[in-house]
Ligand binder design. Structure first.
Ligand SMILES: [Zn+2]
Ligand SMILES: [Zn+2]
Length: 303
């Protein structure tokens, strides 16, 4: 009798339960990068519950899931990673999940650029000169590609909503087309000889490639390095040699170092750019990040 009752309980759970792929319960999507969380929201709409694992301001190059994040990951249906080698813990995570949660490497099929062999400062030991540059989100075209990739990934788990995902992705792509037209017009206001980006974080190769700018590698503009006098001396030499009009150091770089850089070279010290898509509000969306970066670049370099 007991066995029968248990059997019936199991059967009624089966009948009353939500059938996967038929709507109802939202698809739980965990994102290991804030811009992937944005794509999940934009493309998935009401069909997804998004778990944005990385808090604003976190360093994408050194972040790793903590035990509390792993619990969130285990209750999700799909993980969206920026990929292209950014999340160095991904192979280990894949092994530990042993196929229980699917991981989508969003950046995998997006065309790669390599970190310049002249790069003098790299984000972390895994991204050395010559290796694949993981900052693919610094290209508007790449974010358009990514929106379509995310639509396909969500459709795999929710085939009944595939058309909706594709149409939401198309809307997002249209918005990015407008953003790109605007960015192109703005960035063209900078005379060709001044289209040089000297940034604290070597994250703008995809951006520069898209808009015909040149990245000039320096050290000494970040919080950690600004204490190293030899880095600063090399940076001063590079700025003089390449006739760079402005630099974009990291927030928190020492005021004394900034003053000596400006005094030695006459270079304009511009506000920081958002490199990794992890800024606090209101710069916490792709569109806001890009607008901020474009406006900051044009204001510093145009004349
Ligand atoms: Zn890195
Ligand atoms: Zn970065």
């Amino acid at each position: 009798m007991k066995m029968l009752r248990n059997g019936l309980a199991a059967l009624s759970a089966l009948v009353l339960g939500v059938v996967p792929g038929m709507g109802g319960e939202p698809l739980v999507v965990a994102a290991t990068h804030p811009l992937m969380a944005e794509l999940a929201h934009e493309v998935g709409g009401d069909h997804v519950e998004v778990i944005d694992l990385m808090e604003a301001g976190a360093d994408v190059h050194h972040w790793e899931p903590r035990p509390s994040d792993l619990r969130q990951i285990q209750r999700s249906d799909l993980i969206l990673a920026a990929g292209k080698g950014l999340e160095i813990y991904l192979p280990r995570l894949r092994d530990s999940l042993a196929g229980t949660v699917r991981i989508a490497d969003v950046g995998e099929t997006i065309p790669s650029l390599r970190i310049g062999h002249d790069a003098v400062f790299v984000c972390c030991p895994h991204h050395a000169p010559g290796s694949i540059d993981p900052h693919w989100w610094q290209s508007i075209d790449n974010m358009k590609r990514a929106a379509r990739i995310v639509a396909d990934e969500l459709a795999e788990d929710r085939p009944d909503a595939a058309d909706e995902f594709r149409s939401r992705a198309a809307d997002y792509v249209n918005r990015l087309d407008e953003l790109k037209s605007w960015a192109r017009i703005e960035l063209a206001k900078v005379p060709r000889a001044r289209r040089k980006l000297v940034t604290a974080h070597n994250a703008f190769a995809y951006f520069a490639h898209e808009f015909g700018y040149e990245v000039i590698a320096v050290a000494g503009l970040s919080r950690e390095q600004s204490n190293a006098p030899q880095d600063l001396a090399r940076t001063i030499e590079t700025i003089r040699r390449t006739r760079v009009p402005a630099v974009f150091p990291e927030k928190g770089m020492s005021a004394r170092q900034i003053e000596s850089l400006a005094a030695e070279t006459g270079v304009v010290i511009a506000p920081p750019l958002v490199a990794d898509g992890t800024a606090d509000a209101p710069l916490d969306s792709f569109e806001a990040m890009t607008r901020h970066n474009v406006e900051t670049i044009v204001a510093a370099l145009a004349n």
